[in-house]
Design a protein around this ligand. Sequence first.
Ligand code: HEM
Length: 505
Amino acid sequence: MDITSFLRDNNLSTPFFALSSIVFLLLIIKLAKPASLKKLPPGPPGLPIIGNLHQVGDRPHVSTAKFAKEYGPLISLRLGKQILVVASSPEAAKEILKTQDRFLSSRVVPTAFQQPSLIPHSVIWSDCNQTWKSLRTLCRTELFSAKALESHSRLREQKLSHLLDFLHKKQGQVMNLEDVVFITLFNTLTSIIFSRDFLDLKDVHGTRDGLNESLHKIIEYGGIIKDFGSFFPIFERFDLQGIRKGTMRQYKKTFAYWEDIIEERRAHVNSPTWSSENAQSFLDRMLENNFSNDQINQLVTELFVAGTNTTTSSVVWAMTELVRHKEVMSKIAEEIKREIDTDKINDSQLSKLPYLQASIKEAMRLHPPVPLLLPHMAAETCEVMNYTIPKNSKIFVNLWAMGRDPKVWDDPLSFKPERFIGSKLDSKGQDFELLPFGSGRRMCPGMPSGIKSVQLILASLIREFDLVLPNDVDPMKLDMSDKFGIALKMEKPLKVIFKSKQEHE
Ligand code: HEM
């Protein structure tokens, strides 16, 4: 029987046939959909076009933690055209950063950093390609190996001494802890890279030359959450929010700051009398490796952006918790008094301070400086916990949610360094409950330096000063709200009065 007689015999009209054909076609399309769209991790329903954009807010570590409570440890959201997958349990983190690390270690480049002349030289934003490998190797050898750390220890101790002397002179005055720690860390890094200080503790806002301000603006642009170009790629090239343009303006100001130093050292390195033993700084090593100005500018800015804010954030959050928990502060002070008998604390003595180390881990558990890691991207479609992660999805690991999960930690919201005493749990990327530096191939290469600086600064401040809050503020009433960005900051910076201790001398 042909189709026309079938319709006529069954009294089926042509419109009905048209409708059923459409339904049939839709069914085929649905069945033929790529597997990737069939088994996405669960997540809250979104709106047409914008998806879940309106539900993410300014503190994505908090909003996605809430979704994880409802939908489970692996969720997916749609932000415009972009699929975002968020892992919020140690098991899910392990799958992403270990089991499927090979496929999930590319990067989504925020609009701020999409600068065509610079991005090919990036260590943070490159996929895991040859450039990325050689930059990480250079940084490891020259900056973060045990030998490199040892060779920079004098510099680190010297910058710390400047900070302590400065605070002794300023005792009794209200200080912003973040400002002075940032300048100390920044000068340590510029001394390693360029053999000189760039900022001045006496000029905390960097008003003299604007460098401090430019760097903070770059960091702010990089941390913008509502980056619409990345949600709707058709708008990407127009830079409607001015993010790319604004970052480039700040980049240019920043690069101009060290341009002459590069030229001066390039002349030395290219002179016929140059020998490797003359190298004084990381800049000399980059020049020996024939780095162009673009390559130097990019790597140096990335080290500043990735290294100084994260370390400052770790010191400030830890100190804030210690100010709130006087008994912990006193125990650390006792430990230091018992274990250290030299005038200044040095790198090699830090291993004698396990309670200080436990307190830092505890602060990083509650306030991970990079709460979602940097955005990873799926280079290939792959499976995680029986769900499909489509190629090009953006991936976050929510350290903040994991650190506060009662399924992972007893009494998770209390600050109790004792939980790490006698525990093998470490923060160096092997234990997926506590990953302040990430894990796997994208793990922070600066971890050894970051850990040393945080320990050294905290130990020295606690040894030499009592910290008092201005206006008799009750420490337990301090505003602990955080502000999302490249590094997690306190919404209201910690202002303290340093009072010199009399006894340790
Ligand atoms: C306590 C201090 C620090 C913390 C908590 C921290 C944390 C992190 C985290 C979570 C990541 C991202 C890992 C991922 O995406 O999976 C990262 C990446 C990175 N960090 Fe750190 N970091 C610290 C200090 C430093 C320092 C001192 C430097 C260098 C001076 C540095 C340089 C980098 C670089 C270059 C990357 C990118 C690595 C890549 O993409 O391959 N970090 N860091």
